[in-house]
Design a protein around this ligand. Structure first.
Ligand SMILES: CC(C)(COP(=O)(O)OP(=O)(O)OC[C@H]1O[C@@H](n2cnc3c(N)ncnc32)[C@H](O)[C@@H]1OP(=O)(O)O)[C@@H](O)C(=O)NCCC(=O)NCCS
Length: 416
């Protein structure tokens, strides 16, 4: 029987396809001759860094695929575990392959005594939780005797370890920050459900677990975004997978990237009630402030991930009245931004606009939103690092030097 969540995803998909046809962009979907010709803007806009078969974002249509599979279909039919397998190994697993993969994930999700003690001995909770996570992943790297083995097979195994262990780390971080005892994994649950349980202390309902699973699927990969590129750049020097993922976490943390989900909830709190949206927005525009959770380097259409997350946020906020107000403010703000900037600047909600409302409805603290993004994006980071590693060439662009060509060296007592 089709569940309500599946129906909502189907209807999000229909909306996406009724507004656009889903033709691929030839310039971004055909093999290239190296060296490739492209127009590069600031922030490497338009730069082509590699060829990939992992995923494709059609920004003009609002279309996202992983290994050819539509993100709407994966959200409806798949699981985060299966989607991670797809991204890393290039195909959907058979039943046996999925069972073996899940068994490994279950084994690794339970931190060893050494890992548990080392992570719990860290000064967690003094800085941002993404800094906690970055440090904790680095510690896991120190404890893994295989960490320096950069062969593809060894790095693939480390990728599976990270997929399993990062949610356990997020659980410890969330609880320590609240002054609560951390709890070990319960591998009878899905990775998504167990992550919520390790953070909040309570296993989510079946419906909340499915919604979290969809959130993890939708955040798993997204082209050459800043954190993915960061991970790839680090690994391209033949460094190691832990260092690459630590770097990815550092990049994702920023409010222009994954940190936007946290910033969105702060905005909704600041606005306070739906009747204050107009004034808040007018003030933000006067001050030329960007509205968090809107705009995207690649999407010039409605982000397909936001298409799914919006009705899920609505569903959950109806069932969790403490966040209903945030949903109402968000819908009003979306209307305002789209009416003013949608046509003119192609500014629409992105993945971060509605995800926070979903997490808040599950009782997760705002500061933990970006670590959840990281839990999911480990799949995309590792998949792309592994793909590039198979045909590695160190990344090494140039900067255009616009300073003086020669300055005479002045002794310290002659400097102005
Ligand atoms: C995502 C983002 C970093 C993309 O940046 P970018 O590709 O460098 O785009 P720019 O910052 O150059 O923006 C292009 C134009 O759209 C406007 N714009 C972009 N995002 C906007 C937003 N969220 N609110 C209002 N205006 C926005 C810019 O002001 C700029 O206008 P201008 O041409 O008049 O100067 C940017 O849209 C942003 O900062 N969004 C808010 C943070 C966010 O939600 N990040 C999560 C991304 S998934």
């Amino acid at each position: 029987m089709t569940t309500q969540i599946e129906k909502l995803i189907q209807s999000a998909k229909e909306k996406a396809y009724e507004e656009t046809d889903s033709a691929a962009e030839p310039a971004l979907t055909s093999a290239v001759e190296w060296p490739v010709k492209c127009n590069v803007g600031l922030g490497l806009e338009g730069a082509v860094a590699c060829e990939t078969t992992i995923g494709y974002v059609n920004g003009s249509k609002g279309w996202l695929i992983y290994r050819g599979l539509d993100c709407f279909d994966l959200s409806e039919f798949s699981s985060f575990e299966e989607t991670s397998y797809l991204l890393i190994f290039g195909k959907l697993p058979s039943s046996k392959e999925l069972a073996d993969f899940n068994a490994k994930l279950a084994e690794y999700r339970i931190l060893t005594d050494e890992e548990w003690k080392a992570v719990n001995a860290l000064p967690l909770g003094k800085g941002h939780p993404m800094s906690d996570l970055r440090t904790a992943v680095s510690v896991l790297g120190l404890l893994d005797p295989t960490a320096e083995d950069t062969r593809v097979e060894a790095e693939t195994e480390v990728s599976i370890k990270l997929l399993a262990k990062v949610p356990a780390l997020a659980g410890i971080i969330a609880r320590v920050r609240k002054g609560q005892e951390p709890i070990q994994a319960d591998t009878s649950l899905s990775l998504a459900a167990d992550m919520v349980r390790m953070m909040t202390g309570n296993a989510p309902s079946e419906e909340d677990a499915k919604v979290m699973d969809v959130c993890l699927i939708l955040h798993a990969d997204h082209g050459m975004n800043a954190s993915t590129f960061t991970s790839m750049v680090v690994n391209s020097s033949m460094s190691d997978m832990y260092s690459s993922i630590v770097a990815g976490i550092g990049s994702l943390k920023g409010p222009l990237h994954g940190g936007a989900n946290e910033a969105v909830l702060k905005t909704l709190e600041e606005i306070g009630s739906p009747d204050r949206v107009d004034d808040w927005y007018a003030n933000a525009r006067t001050k030329k402030k960007k509205v968090m959770g809107f705009g995207h380097r690649v999407y010039k259409a409605y982000d397909p991930r936001a298409r799914v997350l919006q009705p899920l946020a609505e569903l959950l906020s109806k069932r969790h009245p403490e966040v209903e107000k945030y949903y109402e403010i968000a819908v009003k703000l979306e209307g305002k931004v789209i009416s003013e900037l949608g046509k003119e600047k192609k500014i629409f909600p992105n993945v971060d606009f509605y995800s926070g409302i979903v997490y808040a409805a599950m009782g997760i603290e705002t500061e933990m939103f970006t670590p959840i993004f990281a839990v999911s994006r480990v799949a995309g980071w590792t998949a792309r690092v592994l793909e590039y590693l198979k045909n590695n060439r160190i990344f090494r662009p140039r900067g255009i030097y616009v300073g003086p060509a020669y300055v005479e060296y002045a002794p310290i007592d002659k400097r102005g």
